[in-house]
Design a protein around this ligand. Structure first.
Ligand code: AHM
Ligand code: MG
Length: 346
């Protein structure tokens, strides 16, 4: 039996030791999120037995049906973060407005955005789901946080990550010094370091996209996906298809094995489906820190200035070479349709 292990707490503290100016607040905030992840993981594991699956009466702000576990996960994260004095304001996929910390608690210097349980439609078929989080330093000077604290471009994130509830529970995060992965050992209730400094392959093995939307995509996207199929061997080597429909799980697989995940805009979701602030931006921070990249097709996700909390964006994310291929294809099509491109790309 292995007796020397690195817990997430020790790893975070060791990293912080390298920065004499660090106050420990961000470390503690990450540890608060890890605790929320453990509580949510325990609830998910019990879900089938306790028969608490199924829809709550409410719908969320996007008009989608909420699962009971979405509500539980949302409340758990708020409870774990509100009282610590480290956070001034939160934003959640499950709540229409920003969530300033309640008056009875001290307001801290961080703004936290989260998707409490992404991919929740997968829960009742026992597939992996996840919690996604994104942390910014506040920009307002005092008091409860404001909307300006959460509407910051992804490039200003100080930390981001996810907890994946799969065959095991994993927490993966970055504070801008690489991406690190931890597996929850349920016997001791601790996240243990299992993947320090994850680097994603430059060229991926997989492509992940909901192809039932093919007929609703613009032509450039259709061309790019055909290339990923292997129809354009002069441009890119064909890849294998993998799609769960759970961003955290699809992203995680591609991060480790190499691949590209896309959720482009289509005629139904004209601005894309995924949300910029608590889905695309944190994943983009992780992808870049793992030497991959993330765009909305052509532009870097981390540079987008958000206009509102639940803003959507197209997302193309993963292995650097493959994300670049999609951007090149879209650019070529754009030039072509504007008349400036003469060579055939079809
Ligand atoms: P959710 O936040 O309502 O759970 O939806 C987000 C999920 C992502 O996890 C996943 O990538 C995407 O929706 C799948 O969408 P689709 O079923 O249209 O392929
Ligand atoms: Mg979501």
């Amino acid at each position: 039996m292995q007796t020397s292990v690195t817990t997430i707490e020790r790893f975070i503290l060791d990293q912080e030791d390298r920065y004499p100016e660090a106050t420990g607040e961000l470390s503690n905030l990450l540890y608060d999120i890890a605790l929320a992840g453990k509580i949510i993981a325990a609830a998910i594991r019990r879900a089938g037995i306790a028969n608490i699956l199924g829809s709550a009466e409410a719908q969320n702000v996007q008009g989608e049906e909420q699962q009971k576990l979405d509500v539980l996960a949302n409340e758990t994260i708020k409870n774990c973060l509100s009282h610590t004095g480290r956070v001034c304001v939160m934003g959640s996929e499950e709540e229409e407005d920003i969530i300033p910390v309640p008056q009875e608690f001290e307001a801290g210097k961080y703004a936290v955005l989260f998707d409490p349980l992404d991919g929740s439609s997968n829960i009742d078929v026992n597939c992996a789901v996840g919690t996604i989080f994104s942390i910014y330093r506040r920009v307002s000077l005092e008091g409860r946080g404001t909307v300006a604290d959460v509407l910051q471009p992804g490039v200003r994130q100080v930390a981001a990550g996810y907890v994946m509830y799969g065959s095991s529970t994993m927490m993966v995060y970055t504070t801008g010094q690489g991406v690190h992965g931890f597996t929850l050992d349920p016997t001791i209730g601790e996240f243990l370091l299992c993947a320090p400094r994850i680097v994603t392959p430059r060229v991926g093995r997989y492509y992940s996209v909901n192809e039932s939307n093919f007929g609703r995509w613009e032509r450039g996207v259709q061309l790019a996906v055909r290339g990923l199929h292997g129809d354009r061997p002069d441009e890119i080597r064909g890849k294998n298809s993998r799609y769960i429909g759970s961003l955290v799980a699809d992203f995680h697989r591609n991060l480790i094995a190499g691949g590209i995940f896309m959720y482009p805009a289509d005629t139904k979701n004209t601005r894309g489906k995924l949300r910029l602030l608590y889905e695309a931006a944190p994943m983009a921070f992780l992808a870049e820190q793992a030497e991959g990249s993330a765009t909305d097709g052509m532009n870097r996700i981390l540079d987008i200035q958000p206009a509102h909390l639940h803003q959507r964006t197209p997302l193309v994310i993963g292995s650097r070479h493959d994300v670049g291929y999609v951007a090149d294809t879209l650019r070529r099509m754009q030039i072509r349709t504007s008349g400036a491109y003469t060579a055939s790309v079809l």
